[in-house]
Write a protein that binds this ligand. Sequence first.
Ligand code: WTA
Length: 670
Amino acid sequence: MSDSGKKWVKEDPERDGVYWPNENMKERAWLSDPEIYEKARKNPKSFWAEKAKEALDWFKEWDEVEEWNPPYFNWFLGSETNLSYNCLDRHLEDKRNKAAIIWEPEPVEEKERVLTYQDLYREVNKLANAMKNLGIEKGDPVTFWMPLIPETAVAALACQRIGAWHSIVYTAFSPDAVKDRMKDAGSTTLITADGFFRGGKTMKLKEKIDKVLDEVDAENCIVINRAKTDPDMKEGRDYFYDDITENEDAYSEPEPIDAEDTGFLLYTSGTTGKPKGIKHSCGAYAAQAALTTKWVFDLHPQDIFFSTADIGWITGHSYTLYGPLLNGGTTLWYEGSPYFPESDRWWKIIEKYGANVFYTAPTALRALRKEGDEWIEKHDLSTLRILGSVGEPIDPDTWNWYFEKVGEKRCPIVDTYWQTETGGILLTSLPGIGPFIPGVAGPAIPGIQYDVLDATGEPLGPGESGKVVQKHPFGIGMLRGIYEAHDKYVEEYWSEYGLETYFSGDGGRKMDIEVDDQPLIQITGRMDDVLEVAGHRLGTAEIEDAVSELDEIVEVAVVGEPHDVKGEVPAVFAIAKSGNDTEEGRKELEKKIMDKVRERVGPVASPGAIYFVSDVPRTESGKVIRRFLKGLVRDDELGDMTTASNPGCLKELAEKVNYEGPEDIVSFTT
Ligand code: WTA
């Protein structure tokens, strides 16, 4: 019987705005008995060992389940597996002709591509052989600057097949950002496309990256001829994908990889200027991606999973690519933008393929909501069963709109909290267990220990805001360190409460609802200097470093300013050298700042506001007090203003940002 239009949730009769799975959902779901939480809590090690065995094929079993040397931990020691084998080979027997990836290109005249498991397998094997011919080996870092096209999946899986580590950089980061990441990882191979299509435009990649390839002395550049832009190709370094794979053998033995060998690197923003190369394991990461896809999105064999996340982010890695394929599912990819050719692009795609699970970010939902409900109403979305949200807190208003308009009040919303560092989802309500509450992520998934602590490290009770931490045993797929930066690893995650408590950087509070003694947790947002701009993670320090490169700038501080669609945007407070204070001079400098940020970080980090000021608040030792700047742009409390050595500057700042918050700055500063 078709599931079309079926209802999967019911409202709590006693608490408004609290939803639970109904009988349909409980019957369908892989997990519907809350006892799983208790089972996992009693013996997390054996729980994960049992589940990891179910999730993957292991070439060699482990000798030891877990080892913990704070702040490092390892899982499944001594075992061997291969991610490409687990995504492909083992599905060939019964899913050879099943769609692995359905790809919807942007140009309307172009036809979709469907890669069956066999198609994908063949392509991956050929590219793996071609990469070996180029001298790429196990343990080599391979940088990608790739859009969401099927060859990106092929290339990632080819790396996995031979044990090379992909390091994928989002295409809205700049060539300079690619360069920094290649240098940090010591990568001499880049995989890119000549270009791709977005919003009706051809976005060129190869042409833009050529300068970088020379600067890093790249040895190989593999180019997918996606947009047919006829890029320059340097003899002996640049190769078209089609040329090097054409005559290759369609089999390449999957390399047995130690479970704790690095599976890939993914650079992300932290509290310092330089992005960090987050190191993920091969075995436990894969097991976690597989299991969380199955549990959280309740993925069944006939389902079509539509995650809109780009491959340049961890969500793209774990849920657009690996999670669905590890489960033998069908993942739906698209090229381009949600607004082109019209604002119903995603709704149209859901209808065209009958997608069952839809996973996106609140910022996209807010933007699409602004486009008007008529775009949704034109389409039949009745195949949807589960909706997901990720990347930032989802405000209850947007949650309710998503629930009513996209899910027609039929589908649960899984608000999934996690991070690049955690590798997979760790906090969310499960579809068959619930509950689903607007703005609340949920309990930790089974086998994971989250808590909310006060400044002294004491656990807080329901309703009290504090720091969101993870306790041992940590998520099996958590980062295994920062590439060649032990001190940074300790400083970023293990310094707040000591080496046995992972601090996420996020604030949150427990709710007064529990599931099998696990409190639901609401995430309130970052407490450090990391921004979430349209769901994209950026460091304020990266943007500050870029702006500081301008000769005209004496000092700069960046904080996140609230934005109704993007969540927040970078707000730049700049002190300019004298001589730039005419209106024209300011305009020119504003443009220079914009250009510099776009050049050094990428268009994704473009400032939303630039304020020229004569001073910024500082401590006695001269450190900028961002808390004040954040409070000012948020119309919020500023805290103890006497901590500034120069409180007089707050008046000018308040005027610049039109501060309407609770503090009486004028009387304080006069
Ligand atoms: C935020 C994305 C609230 C959070 C997977 C985290 C969220 C950062 C949620 C990680 C959510 C992610 N609710 N906040 N459901 N999901 N975040 O590394 O601040 O790009 O620390 O990973 O996004 O961003 P990242």
